[in-house]
Design a protein around this ligand. Sequence first.
Ligand SMILES: [Zn+2]
Length: 674
Amino acid sequence: MTTSTVNKAVASALAAVMLVVGAGCGVQQQSAPAAVNWEERYPGYKTDFYEAVNKAQFDEWEIPDSDPSIGHFIALDRENNQRLLKLMEDAAQSAGTTDDSDTAVVGALWATGNDIEARNAGGFGNAQRFIDAVDEAQTTRDVIKAAIDFDRMYGYYSFFGMSLAPDSADASRKVHYLGPTDLGLTKEEWHSSIEETKTRVKLYEELMAQLWVESGASAADAEAKVSSVTKAMRDLSGSALDQADMYNAEKTYNVHTMADLEAVYGGAVPMDHVYKAYGVSPEDKVVVKDEGLWKATAKFLHEADLQLVKDYLKTCLFSDLGTINTHDAFLKVSENHRKRLGMEEAKPFDQNLAAQVNNWVPFQCGRLYANAYYDPKVEADIQSMVDDFLDVYATRINGLEWMTASTKKEALAKLDAMTARIGVPDVWPQDRYGIEVKTPEEGGLYIDNILAVLQADREYEFATKDEPVDGTLWEDPPQTINAFYDLSGNNITLLAGVLNSPFYSGDATEEENLGGIGMIIAHEITHAFDSSGSQYDSNGNLRNWWAQDDAKKFEELGQSVVEYYSAQSVRGMQVDGQLTLGENIADLGAMACVSAVAKQRGLDLRKVYAAYANLWAEEVRDEYLANLVTTDSHSPGKVRVNAVLSATDDFYDAFGITEQAAMYVAPEDRPHIW
Ligand SMILES: [Zn+2]
């Protein structure tokens, strides 16, 4: 199963494309005029720019024993985790005595999360009812009925689940999305030929067996159940969309009615119960993202025996609840996670819990964080950078040789309508409804507090489903160290967490801020025009605004990006050019834009490129790298730097890169789109 949060994330995975990066260029700080001997400063930079520029950083960094990698984003994230942990401890001190609802909720979650004895005694808490219903079910339909109830109430789905998100055809309205069947792992992981990924699959199976034992099964029983369930997951995943297609609206925006669901499920899913539980009718619209998986699931539910369906569902459930029910289960998940990512030791419990609480009540934590650590004064500076980039982008689009006037007009309208969300939101989602949680003193249990949070969110989601999409609400909390482009909102979000050094600082040089947050901003803007964003118009609606020849040309250019990146690898692990296409287009477009801005301002491009190389400096364990190249839509840091710069004409002029250099790529092989 997956929670509604993840569900929504998937629904709007199409919607929100994240970048991971940052830093401003509005601050007019002059760089030191002293000439730099680049070969002396970065020996070997023409051979491997990324390694050369980041050498000093790499010498200093060591991957912490309890982390899969180290980089600036992760370092900032660790720092944030410590800050949040302290805020949570403070909140717990006053939970139960305060009128401040953020403090009360965060404090109660933190305190009950730390109450190990109560957690071990409490088991699955209020989720036990649902497990009992599965156990007592006499037919597959009854099992699915229980699954529907659990999804509707908390947003945890396995075989069946629905959530509401902006409709791609009309982004001002919400529509039901059918959740994709829980496959435990991704299709790519189930069928991977990479050794590290095969080990990862084995470890997943091992963990599932441990969680069955934790819930009372014998070791032999657990192994047999997991063996048949994972076989079913692997089989079903064969019918699922490739990850690379998850961002392609042509493949994921499949419009149906609820009656269509009924026809395909043909009795395997009790649709009368669906209508009642979600308050929908047969003629209501539903979007199915993964048609192949949907149909394969229907077939599976018809053919599989009752016991297998029960075991499958419970495996999903144990997996989903493994970190929030007993502390014993949590330790098993944590240890397995350590092995899967090749870490020396598991993260300390308090850091893990802080990350969890931050995940369950992100905006409550976010407001406490913003009050303590965010200075809204940076907003004007960031907004002026955004405006500058939008101007340069418009000029660049106007100058494109491959695009005709009618398409340019639409692209410029989209650019013109784009807005930026900077720092912290004006409207906080938790103010829309109340959440009832209990402290340990009030008899509170961690899992039940989390279920209460999820239930309140689901009640609100369905109570407001006929209301227009609320554009004031943000998808992501401000403390997150990231930035996003939202397809349906046609806006970029630059969260408070990313508006920090080394991405952005009022003390940094203009070049540093441009290579940092400047690249982040331009990257997010480019997402509006990547392989996925280009399918949506200025209102965030899925609409083909491309002249036919331009669309064909854009596709050809995209193909050149796929080929260029498919030839890249890191430590023998090859980049998937198709999976990473959208992100690579965003990086390439951002670099073209940032180079243009730097030249306009008469800045030293070499310093901008060095700052950019630093942005993606990272050291990654092999196990984690294998996971990333299989499942992450971003290219590894080294590729984001070297491949992007080798495709940037200005890079050659700035550094005098010639054919003899390893960084050299022939002009006709450099992909250019924007
Ligand atoms: Zn991105």
